[in-house]
Design a protein around this ligand. Sequence first.
Ligand code: FAD
Length: 526
Amino acid sequence: MSKLDNPDVIVVGAGHNTLTTASYLASCGLGVLVLEKNAIPGGGQISKALTLPGFIHDSHATAVVHLQGHPLLKNDELGLKSKFGLKFAYPDSSFMTIFDDGDTLACFMDVDRTCADIAKYSAKDAEAYRAMAAMMAQLGPMITMSMAKPPVKFGSFISFLEQSPIGEEMLMAMMHSSYDLIVERFEHPKVRLHFLKWMAEMSCSPEDKTTGMTLLFLIYSSHNNPAGCVVGGTIGLTNAMISCIEHHGGEVRCNSPVKKIINAGGIAKGVELDDGSVLMAKKAVVAAIHPFDLGDMVPGLDAGLVERAKKLELSTYGGVLINAALNEAPRWIAGKQPEGCLCVNYVDYTTFEDFRRTFDELKYGELPTHFCAYTSVHTLYDPTRAPAGKHTLYMYGFAPLHPKAGHWDDLKEARADWMMERLARYAPNVSGSNILARHVDSPLDMYRHTPSLRYGDNVGIAMYIYQFFGRRPTPELAQYRVPGAKGLYLSGPFMHPGGGLTGGGRATAINVMEDLGLDYSKVIIG
Ligand SMILES: Cc1cc2nc3c(=O)[nH]c(=O)nc-3n(C[C@H](O)[C@H](O)[C@H](O)COP(=O)(O)OP(=O)(O)OC[C@H]3O[C@@H](n4cnc5c(N)ncnc54)[C@H](O)[C@@H]3O)c2cc1C
């Protein structure tokens, strides 16, 4: 009998977070078996030849930013970079906006360079930005570290902030919306629109209260972490994690959908697969179970706990993603600068009213009437993703999770036509025979791919302050443990520190190892 017929730990799901947890647990000497429902592992951390042979496309996450400052990569804790082949390409700038008149505004890792770009529009705004970056330079390292560990209680976090003027300032930002902050600090309409669109990438309206902290953290992260993409596609991160797990004797098994957790006498003992087969774990079960599914997946839980988990709030919107194979690279009306940028953003609003209405449209299930998208042309900095001389295009545009009129399967191609036509106003050669093939995913397609990204919510549940830190997803589940199912741990975007490639699964691993009495100091540094 192989070690993995009766593993120490069964991990349900091979996405970013669960693979992170599995990699840490395997590195600590546990026998780990990962079960993935899909034929290809990765969840939202995946790339495929979606259009033509030789063209590699990211079908979900593409920009790796916050993770660069996480001990997993910063300290290369598990050797993903030094031993398991993970490589990044780093473009010159992380995020830029092209306005409809061809003007641009870019964010560089260097604060001075960013301020110089803002100063093209307003010297006062450049100084306001510098002050925000300086404030976050003081608080950011503490927040980054807290994202790699189990969350502190919400009250303790607030008390900590209340102890200093800078903490108070942060607290005020947390209570307000990004919109409040942006309008208060910046005067030029283009500077305001640039930051509003940037913030909106977090899948909630910048006008929603309690989103201000996200803006501040984005500012910190963009100047302290080199924004990159994985060479060969985001799946390279998945492959490095799987190599790490296998190196330590673990296994990742695809085409293995799990139906239920076996919860006997309040102890999670193993899993039942869709085909009725049963696998038992000796020490623990870690699972990507969206809070909405807890009651169905785990028998015997307290009805109140299940009900509270079902009441969580999803993000306001997701997006339509177009991946295309191009004969030649885009030629932008803005010139060469976008060629060195990871996420090129388009703003065709001229007034705030237009901008604000976009989020009302999304809230009411309508498709935005203004173009609200960003593109990445990975082949400009990672030529391995296409045959020589050819290019890939990734375009993500905001869209409602549930369209008010029609079904996503009927709407998505027409929406993609509209987005491509709008993009051609900024890059006229991205049209006609230059587009060799394309593939479109709607929010519904993303949900079909993985239940953690509920209805296409790419952060699992909304990133509002009341669903943050020791309250994510609910206070009783925030430590990854599931009361009423001892030995079961949750790992996913709906847990602290939230959605995106954030290395969140490390915190789950810490609590599993602590409960098992393991000395994890050899793998967890800092
Ligand atoms: C279009 C889009 C673009 C994005 N862009 C970015 C970006 O550029 N940068 C960034 O940082 N983030 C981005 N994200 C967000 C990021 O992809 C997700 O937050 C992240 O992938 C979540 O990882 P996870 O492991 O928690 O969940 P998932 O990636 O959803 O993985 C969960 C895995 O578990 C499997 N699973 C679930 N239930 C079962 C079961 N019962 N049995 C077996 N297997 C199961 C699923 O199939 C899946 O493989 C994007 C998301 C989307 C949708």
